[in-house]
Design a protein around this ligand. Structure first.
Ligand SMILES: Nc1ncnc2c1ncn2[C@@H]1O[C@H](COP(=O)(O)OP(=O)(O)OP(=O)(O)O)[C@@H](O)[C@H]1O
Ligand SMILES: [Mg+2]
Length: 382
C-alpha cells in the first residue's frame, strides 16, 4: 500500500526492484482483483465521544477505519475530545468503546495525566490501567511527527492500538515551513503523513483523530475561520468536524458547538456539547452519556483509596445502622461528594430530590441517584 518511491528509499533497493516487490505483494494478497460491492468489508466501529449529541451527528460515535479532522479556534475543545476518546475507547464494546489502546501524538505538550484520570473515573475505569493503555509521544519537529506516525503503526500491530490521536496536526509545520516559498515542501510532508495515516486506518480498522487550528482570513468585509493545511488535509480526511466557541451568551460558558462540515454519508448537522472537568459531555456537570449502546452501570466512580486522602473514614459516613457506602453503586469518593453536598446519611439520600441533587454533583445523573434510592430502600428492607 506504500507508494514505490517510499519503498525505493530503502538502501540497496532500486526503483525497479521496489515496483516489482510491490506488484508481487499485491498479487499475493489478491489486491489485483476487483471484488463485487457485496463483498466489501465495512466493519465500522464506533467510540463514544462522551456526548450523545456529538455521537449522534457523527453517525453513532467516532468512527474507525477513517481519518477525522476536528478543527476550531483555541479553547474550542479539540484537546478535550482527544482526552475523552483516549479513555472511552478503552471501555468494552457494550459500553461504547473498543476495549483497545491509544497512540497519542502530542505536538503541543497539552496532554494531561490528571485529566485522563478524572475521565477514567467518570466512566468507571481504573485510572492506572487507563494510563497504561495510552502510548504517548511528545513531538518536537515535523520530521519527528512523521517518524512517530510510523511507529504508531507498530503499536497497532503489537499493542492493540485502535486509535491514533495527532494533537495537533499542523502546529509544528506551521512554524517550520514559513512563507509561500516553503509551501510545496510543507504540503509534500503533510501528504506523506495523511497517506500514512490513511493506510494505517484502513489496514488496522483504526480510528484517527487529527486536530487542527484555524487561521482567520478576511473575506470581503467578513472574517472567516478556515482550517489550515489547505486541500491536502481537507481532501485527505474522510470526516471534517468544526468546533465553535462563538454564539453563546456568556463568554465563560463551556458550551460548544460541533458542525459536520464534510462527511461521505452524514447530513450537515450541528450539535451542542460541554467541556467539563471530566471531558466532553452533554451537560455542564459531565453526566455519563446515555448514548446508543451505553447501557452500563457506573460503579464506584471514585476509588476507595480516596477515603483516606480526605480523611473520611467509614465512621464519618455512618448514620444509623447503614452508611452511604453500604448502598450498592456508591463508592468512597461518591459518598464523599454526597456528604459535601449535604447528603450525609442513607436517610438523607432517600429524602433528596434526584433532579436537584444531580445538578449539584459533577458526573452524577438523576437516573443514578434514582437507582441508589432504590438500592437504599432494598438495603433497609433487607
Ligand atoms: N477541568 C476543566 N473544567 C472545565 N473546563 C475546562 C477544564 N479544563 C479545561 N477546560 C476548558 O476547556 C477549554 C480548552 O479546551 P481545549 O484545550 O480542548 O481546547 P483546544 O480546542 O484544544 O484549544 P487549542 O487550540 O488551544 O489547543 C478552555 O475553555 C478551558 O476553560
Ligand atoms: Mg488543544
Amino acid at each position: 500500500m506504500s507508494p514505490h518511491n517510499i519503498i525505493s528509499e530503502i538502501d540497496g533497493l532500486g526503483d525497479k526492484t521496489a515496483k516489482k516487490l510491490i506488484w508481487n505483494a499485491r498479487n499475493a494478497l489478491g489486491m489485483t482483483e476487483f471484488i463485487t460491492a457485496e463483498d466489501i468489508d465495512e466493519n465500522t466501529e464506533y467510540i463514544t465521544t462522551g456526548s450523545s449529541e456529538l455521537n449522534r451527528i457523527l453517525g453513532g460515535g467516532f468512527q474507525t477505519g477513517k481519518l477525522t479532522e476536528v478543527y476550531g479556534p483555541f479553547k474550542s475543545g479539540k484537546t478535550n475530545l482527544a482526552h475523552t476518546i483516549a479513555v472511552t475507547i478503552q471501555l468494552s464494546k457494550k459500553q461504547g468503546g473498543l476495549g483497545s489502546a491509544v497512540a497519542y501524538i502530542d505536538t503541543e505538550n497539552t496532554f494531561a495525566k490528571e485529566k485522563i484520570k478524572r475521565i477514567a473515573k467518570r466512566f468507571g475505569l481504573d485510572p492506572k490501567k487507563v494510563l497504561s493503555q495510552i502510548f504517548h509521544a511528545r513531538i518536537y519537529s515535523s520530521d519527528h511527527q512523521m517518524q512517530m506516525i510510523q511507529k504508531a503503526e507498530t503499536l497497532c500491530k503489537t499493542r492493540n492500538v485502535r486509535l491514533i490521536v495527532v494533537d495537533s496536526l499542523m502546529a509544528l509545520m506551521r512554524v517550520e515551513y514559513i512563507g509561500i516559498g516553503m509551501l510545496a515542501r510543507r504540503q509534500g510532508v503533510l501528504n506523506n503523513m495523511i497517506h500514512g495515516l490513511s493506510r494505517i486506518a484502513e489496514t488496522y480498522n483504526c480510528a484517527i483523530l487529527l486536530t487542527n487550528q484555524v487561521s482567520v482570513s478576511m473575506k470581503g468585509m467578513f472574517s472567516a475561520n478556515d482550517a489550515i493545511g489547505g486541500n491536502i488535509v481537507a481532501h485527505g480526511c474522510h470526516f471534517r468536524v468544526m468546533f465553535k466557541t462563538k454564539g453563546f451568551s456568556s463568554n465563560n460558558s463551556l458550551k460548544r458547538r460541533a458542525i459536520i462540515v464534510d462527511a461521505p454519508d452524514l447530513p450537515p448537522e450541528e450539535a451542542e456539547f460541554y467541556i467539563t472537568s471530566v471531558g466532553i459531555a452533554d451537560t455542564e456537570k459531565g453526566e455519563v452519556p446515555e448514548a446508543k449502546g451505553l447501557d452500563f452501570e457506573v460503579e464506584a466512580l471514585y476509588e476507595e483509596e480516596e477515603i483516606q486522602e480526605v480523611g473520611i473514614t467509614e465512621d464519618a459516613t455512618n448514620s444509623g445502622e447503614y452508611s452511604l457506602i453500604d448502598v450498592k453503586g456508591i463508592g468512597g469518593g461518591t459518598a464523599k461528594n454526597l456528604i459535601k453536598n449535604g447528603v450525609a446519611s442513607v436517610d438523607d439520600l432517600l429524602n433528596s430530590d434526584p433532579e436537584t441533587l444531580a445538578t449539584k454533583i459533577s458526573g452524577i445523573s438523576s437516573k443514578m441517584i434514582n437507582e441508589w434510592q432504590t438500592n437504599a430502600k432494598a438495603l433497609l428492607s433487607a
